[in-house]
Design a protein around this ligand. Structure first.
Ligand code: ADP
Ligand code: MG
Length: 352
C-alpha cells in the first residue's frame, strides 16, 4: 500500500486522466478488501487519532470488550502513542482473558485486542502436567527408597518373632509392614510398568499359581473357588509372573467383594482367536457410575484401597495384546472377562 502511494506520488505529474482513473480503481479495490478484512477479522482493532480518541473500530473489538470502545478506552486507561502489551481479565459478556497491544501509528495509535483465554488455559495445563511429572518422579524415587528399609524391617521382625514372647504383636507388625510393601510395590508398578517377558504357556498356569498363593486367605473367609478348565486349552504368549499378578488383583477384589462363605467361579474357554478367562463373584457388585470409572488410577471404594490393581491389570492385559472387560450388577456380583490372543493368531498377525 505504501509503495503504491509512493509510486503514484512520484508519477502523478505525468499521469493522464485514464491512468489516474485506473489507479483510483486499484485503490478503491484495495480499500474495499481492507475494509472487509477489518470488519471480519476475529482480532479486535481500534484506531486512535492524535488526541487518543477512537477514529475507527471493528465489530470484533466491540464484541471482545463487551461495550463501546470509547467507554472501554477510558476504563482500561489504554496508553496512547506508545507501544505496550498487557493482559486483562474481563467478566462481561463472559469470563475471558484479553491481550491488549498498542502500536504507535503516524500521529495515532493502533490498538489490537486478542482473546487469549484458550492459550492461557493451555499454558496452565502444560504447567500442571509438568508439575505432575515432577511430583511423580519424586514420589517414585521416595517409594523406591522406602522399599529397602521395609525389607530389612520385615526380615528382622521374622527373626524377632522366633525369639520373643510377644508373637501376636510382632505378627501385627509383620502384617502392617507387608501392607506397606504392597502399597509401595503397586505404586511403583503403576508408575514404572515393565514390558512383559513373553513365553509360550497356558492361562491355566498363572491361575493355578495364584490360587495356591491365596489358599490361606480364601480358606480363612470360607470362600469357595471353582475352576472350570476345558480338556484342551490353546497356548498363549504370556509373562507368567505378570499374568499371575492380574489374577491376584482380580481374586483379591472378588474376595473383598463377597461375604464370608461366598463363591468365585473361574472359567477358561477359547474361540478361533482368543483364550477367554472369566472371573465371576457373587459379591456386592458395582453401581453403573463405579463401572464407568473402572480401570482408572486411584479410584477406590475401600478404606485401605489404592485403586491401582485394576489399572495395572488392564495395562498388563493390553501389553499381552488382549482385552479386559467387566459386567456388574449391584448386590448380585461382578464378572471380569480377559481375552488373550491364541499363539497361532499372534503369529498370523505378526506374519501380516
Ligand atoms: P482397590 O482394590 O485398591 O480399591 P482396584 O483397582 O483393585 O483398587 O479396584 C478399584 C475399585 O473397583 C474397588 O475399590 C472396587 O470399588 C471396585 N471393584 C473392583 N473389583 C470389584 C469386584 N469384584 N466387585 C465389586 N467391586 C469391585
Ligand atoms: Mg484391588
Amino acid at each position: 500500500m505504501k509503495s503504491f502511494f509512493d509510486g503514484v506520488r512520484r508519477h502523478i505529474g505525468n499521469m493522464d486522466a485514464e491512468h489516474l482513473r485506473e489507479q483510483y480503481r486499484r485503490l478503491s479495490d484495495e480499500v474495499l478488501s481492507l475494509d472487509t478484512l477489518f470488519s471480519t477479522i476475529s482480532q479486535g482493532i481500534i484506531v486512535l487519532d492524535e488526541r487518543g480518541e477512537v477514529a475507527k473500530s471493528n465489530p470484533a473489538a466491540r464484541e471482545l470488550l463487551g461495550m463501546d470502545p470509547e467507554d472501554a478506552l477510558q476504563m482500561l486507561a489504554i496508553p496512547h502513542g506508545k507501544s505496550s502489551k498487557r493482559e486483562i481479565d474481563i467478566t462481561y459478556p463472559e469470563a475471558r482473558a484479553l491481550e491488549i497491544q498498542t502500536v504507535p501509528m503516524g500521529d495515532g495509535t493502533l490498538v489490537c485486542l486478542r482473546d487469549v483465554t484458550a492459550e492461557r488455559e493451555r499454558t496452565e495445563e502444560e504447567l500442571r502436567i509438568g508439575a505432575t511429572r515432577a511430583v511423580r518422579d519424586l514420589a517414585a524415587g521416595v517409594a523406591h527408597e522406602i522399599g529397602n528399609p521395609l525389607n530389612a524391617l520385615s526380615l528382622n521382625l521374622q527373626l524377632l518373632k522366633r525369639s520373643c514372647a510377644c508373637a501376636v504383636e510382632v505378627d501385627e507388625c509383620i502384617r502392617q509392614v507387608e501392607r506397606l510393601s504392597g502399597i509401595i510395590h503397586g505404586f511403583l508398578q503403576a508408575l514404572r510398568p515393565s514390558k512383559p517377558n513373553l513365553v509360550r504357556g497356558t492361562m491355566a498356569d498363572p491361575i493355578k499359581g495364584c490360587l495356591r498363593a491365596m489358599k490361606p486367605q480364601l480358606e480363612e473367609r470360607s470362600v469357595t473357588v471353582t475352576l472350570n478348565l476345558p480338556s484342551t486349552l490353546p497356548s498363549v504368549a504370556l509373562d507368567p509372573a505378570q499374568m499371575e499378578q492380574v489374577f491376584f488383583n482380580l481374586l483379591k477384589n472378588a474376595l473383598e467383594a463377597v461375604k464370608d462363605g461366598g463363591s468365585i467361579d473361574i472359567a477358561l474357554s477359547s474361540d478361533d482367536n482368543d483364550v477367554i478367562t472369566t472371573v465371576r463373584d457373587d459379591g456386592q457388585g458395582m453401581t453403573p457410575e463405579q463401572v464407568a470409572h473402572l480401570f482408572e488410577p486411584y479410584r477406590t471404594s475401600k478404606e485401605h484401597g489404592t485403586g491401582l490393581g485394576l489399572m495395572i491389570s488392564s495395562r498388563i492385559v493390553r501389553d499381552h495384546g488382549g482385552t479386559i472387560s467387566v459386567e456388574s450388577e449391584l448386590k448380585k456380583g461382578t464378572t471380569f472377562t480377559i481375552r488373550i490372543p491364541r499363539i497361532e493368531r499372534r503369529i498370523r498377525a505378526l506374519k501380516g
